[in-house]
Write a protein of this length. Sequence first.
Length: 150
Amino acid sequence: MKRTIVHIILFVLTPIIFGGLIYLLTRPDSLLMFDWLKKIGLAENIAIIRSELRINDLLQNWVIYNSPAWIWTFSLTVLLGIIWNYKINKDSLTILLIPSFLGVLSEIFQKTEFINGTFDFIDLFLYLIGGISGLLIIKSINYKHKFNVI
């Protein structure tokens, strides 16, 4: 149980927190989440933090606009792997591929204008890389569990 909590913190929560901070601190305030922040009274505080930190000046565009694709796909894949007890087999693989599939599908839908958004080949690529890297982490943890290393 303790190992599982450590894995959730390291491979699920930490990346999601970093991804959330990327959105909060760098993305345009026209995004829907900023409307939510206004409704709960946090928009002004976030605006002050954004203007003070000026993170956009420090980060490259791919970090701001593309890395969240990898982050959420990786985190969700690992979370599903933890739920499946770190097993990768034909039954679990279908579930473990859902995050990458949804990410790729969202880009295809953007390209065909079925949903709003801007198609980005780098996002499409990072959805796949996020899933693959998540699978590699799951496989690595599963291997170490067999030998009781972690």
